[in-house]
Design a protein around this ligand. Sequence first.
Ligand SMILES: [Ca+2]
Ligand SMILES: [Ca+2]
Ligand SMILES: [Ca+2]
Length: 635
Amino acid sequence: MRFAKPERFRTIRKAIASLFFCFALASACFSQVPVILKVEPPSWWLGSTVNPVRLMITGRNLTGARAQTLGRGLRVVGAQITNARGSYLFMDVWIAPNAQPGQKQIMITAPGGSTNASFEILAPLGRPGRFQGFSPADVMYLIMIDRFADGDKTNNDPPQSKGLYDRGNKFYYHGGDLQGVIDHLPYLKDLGVTALWLTPWYDNYDHPNDIELKEGKPSTGFHGYNPQDFYKVEEHFGSLATLRQLVDMAHRSGIKIIQDEVANHTGPYHSWVTDPPTSTWFNGTKEHHLNNVFQTWVLHDPRPVEDLKRATMEGWFLDFLPDLNQNDPEVARYLIQNTLWWIGVTGLDGIRMDTWQYVPNNFWHEWTMALKREYPNFTVVGEVKDGDVVHTSYFQGGRVRDGADSGLDSLLDFPLFYPIRHAFAESKKLDEVPKTLAKDYLYTNPNILVTLLGGHDDGRFMSEEGATIAGLKLANAFVMTARGVPQLYYGDEIAMTGPDEPTTRADFPGGFPGDQRNAFTKEGRTREEQDVFDYVRKVAHLHAKLEPLKRGSLVNLYVSEWQYAYARTTKESVVLVAINNDSKPVVITFEVSPAGLANGMRLVDRLGASGNLQVENGKLSVSLPSRSAAIFVQK
Ligand SMILES: [Ca+2]
Ligand SMILES: [Ca+2]
Ligand SMILES: [Ca+2]
């Protein structure tokens, strides 16, 4: 009996071995069964200008797959293409005009078997109050979603991306989310905001980023600019349902939503990097690519050094952000549909496009055409971060550049941003501002440019050397009365500080659990913060009330080193603005006939800096205290 034990063990071992053999055999038999991991886009709506819709199905064992729709309303049309690794299947699906909305099934049959993929046909969202586009009638407000307000504590440390939440770390998630924005819509409405630009809400990577070290340590994608899934909402920010709710509730408050998009690159950990859908999906590969040299001046050079141009257009940002190849038709189609999808499923109103200049104009032409075909009122602002009007204006649509008309409506007005900072933050001479505006003739439409005094990629206004509350007020008065679409940066209305990129993205006080005070309320603001808040609110509301500030032509009336006076005029009315950036009070006298103001006309300053005035001998004499602005309207 003593030998029975080893005998029994041998039997068990044999049994286990044969079991393994069976498993191995089974997995060999079934390993070729197609598996569907993702369908992009996952849905589309009836009555779209895009029909058929190009589907990209991500999966396994798709080599040689054929697709066939089950049921009515959806039809696979044209050829189906799979890649050699069997990880992607491209096909067109046509939505019947009389299709019933709902989930549809597509049967995918490959040599190893069949499986189903789901695709939803949606009823289109109603047009009134949606897809509105932004205009100079708006006051835009930029929110960094992670840093504004935490409205849902349950998504702060989600299971799929545990450990990225740390309010003590400038480069980690702080808990801000879409619900936090919803919760503060009344605050924004009260401030006078009519359009929200939200930093990207795409799903970013779920683990620390040890490719892009910040201060020597791993960072995270809290800023949203490193997508790992272009069709998902970042789990730290909420869900697609929350996003839809945000868009609807904002619209009910008279606030538009502007999505921040990225079409130049993906995040460094996107699954495409190791398994690209086509061989030309990216410009280069992870191992072999150009490093971006940022020589953007060659982009408008009529005789560009081609190597420099190529390294600027196709180089990977910082050597690790995979550069999408928009000249690959599948990439172009993917990006165009992705843009339309976010608009179509949420009803949002505008787009701020990141890194505009690093993407070819022939692609932008197709992209904006598709956008305007579906949503004619929609508007787009492109980020071309450059202080030179010659350079920046090159990228505005309305004329052919580099072989195509990009169709781009608007640009962030960085050429005006720097003079605004110099004059109002650093208390330098003011005439750099009108001298920059004098170059407006280079733009196809300067009136739609987005003017700003702060943003998430620059240190805060109040952290510039020499910045004062008086200067901050002047900058606000200027951007909300000059031509363009004024854009505010969250927290500038309470004079938040932060000298560099990470600190400029600090948490809004009161937006987060455990905050010492709540600066969203008057009680929670310091006297100085309240002073700035009241001023910004006042000029924002004047912008809303006074038609010329929204639609008027800009007429220059007086320029000196330290003073600037201009009018905004419509056929019906005039608003006159006078700014004294000097540290001394001043009286300036100037002709007002170019603004159509007649003798005897009485004017009152809505900001209360200057006394009431009367036009005499075709002139006005305006008395302005040190560092002050006046907004005159007819009495
Ligand atoms: Ca949260
Ligand atoms: Ca994520
Ligand atoms: Ca590029």
